[in-house]
Design a binder for this molecule. Structure first.
Ligand code: MG
Length: 381
């Protein structure tokens, strides 16, 4: 045997030994980790409207509301049920009708369960270019199913460490000083970071009122409410002195050059929220914003959210995870990504009074992920 043949033969023998050893140690039998009873191997979709009741009237720079329309969704497959949810804050233009009309068009019978998630999400994009909350509801339920079929929490399937618990901010909407003081006192014992909605003439008063009650770190969200970049920069310098850590969506989304200028000179990170929806937006925002706020109702769910995190990291951008007002279903879904994030603002389930699930918890201000398979949700009876 010449030297080349000897090396090739040795490598083949080593590879065969490695496979045999893996087979013994890992107990790989080739059997599926679950079995489908006859008739349960086709995914079945159900959904129903569910209006979310807010504990307090919620005011940001452009609107106020006391409820949020939503749609709850379930997918049955192989004896398991995956839970999903669409939440539609009115300013995004989606409604219960638009979500249900989209879902009526969806036929999952040709797919081999949640294992074909990439194909399913591609298929959903062929049905319409929008409808992100309806697509997110399906994506979340598919991920829940995937984990349940494999018997593991999603974060474990992805290799994320749940011990890397992240603080979540809690949102204080724009209100009178009395209400702001009351809300701040109410949540200051449970949270370590507060998110303050700004963007109206009352910004300084809001911050000063909160500072009378707590010295916790703050993040602010102007929801496009500031129009003058020079005034915005001045305000950001003042906010930094007040212990603010980042500024979300300071200027309208179409003020691209002005936002790039602001980001260049700002002493705080400038995060895109309304300006970023899906994966395709991330790379074009490099140099305009310091980071992105990913929400499942914008991204069409977890599959694309994970791609957005990868794209943001490859562009050296900060990753923030956010949510709409949602039940613990969608909030626990986005929280599965929290070990990888720089900032988390996952409090939508805490702003409502009619949550349907137990899921992610906030303990000493930190997000604690449930240990059950999939999303780890427990449906309230
Ligand atoms: Mg925002």
């Amino acid at each position: 045997m010449d030297r080349r043949k000897f090396i090739a033969a040795s490598a083949a023998a080593a590879a065969a030994a490695a496979v045999a050893s893996c087979g013994r140690a890992g107990g790989l039998s080739g059997a599926a980790p679950f079995t489908c009873k006859a008739g349960s191997d086709k995914m079945k979709l159900r959904y129903y409207p569910y209006e979310l009741q807010l504990a307090h009237t919620f005011t940001v720079s452009s609107f106020s509301r006391k409820t949020t329309p939503g749609v709850q969704l379930e997918i049955d497959y192989c004896g398991h049920t995956g839970y999903g949810e669409a939440s539609m804050p009115p300013y995004l233009g989606h409604t219960v009708n638009s979500v249900c009309s989209f879902l009526e068009k969806v036929d999952l019978s040709g797919f081999d369960g949640p294992f074909e998630m990439e194909d399913i999400m591609e298929y959903l994009d062929t049905l319409s270019s929008g409808d992100s909350p309806a697509k997110a509801a399906i994506d979340i339920a598919l991920h829940d199913l995937l984990g349940k079929l494999l018997g593991q929490p999603l974060y474990r399937i992805w290799g994320y460490n749940p011990k890397k618990e992240k603080y979540t901010s809690y949102t204080i909407g724009i209100d009178t000083p009395e209400v702001v003081r009351e809300k701040t006192l109410e949540c200051a014992g449970r949270f370590r970071v507060l998110k303050v909605k700004v963007g109206l003439d009352s910004d300084e008063q809001m911050i000063r009122t909160i500072r009378e009650v707590t010295d916790f770190p703050l993040v602010v969200d102007a929801n496009q409410g500031w129009k003058d970049p020079h005034k915005a920069l001045e305000e950001i310098f003042w906010l930094k002195e007040q212990g603010v850590q980042l500024v979300e969506q300071p200027l309208p989304v179409d003020m691209i050059d002005e936002t790039a200028w602001l980001t260049e000179f700002s002493p705080l990170p400038i995060i895109a929220d309304e300006a970023v929806q899906r994966l395709g937006d991330v790379s074009r925002l490099k140099g305009v914003y310091s980071g992105i706020n990913i929400k499942l109702m914008k991204s069409t769910g977890l599959l694309e959210a994970r791609k957005m995190i990868a794209a943001a990291r490859s562009n050296a951008m900060t990753v923030m995870l956010g949510c709409m007002t949602e039940t613990s279903c969608a909030c626990t879904a986005v929280a599965q990504l929290s070990p990888t994030a720089d900032f988390c603002d996952i409090d939508g389930n805490l702003l409502i009074t009619n949550d349907l699930f137990e899921g992610v918890k906030v303990v000493d201000g930190l997000l604690r992920l449930p240990s059950g398979p999939g999303l780890g949700l427990v449906k309230k009876s």
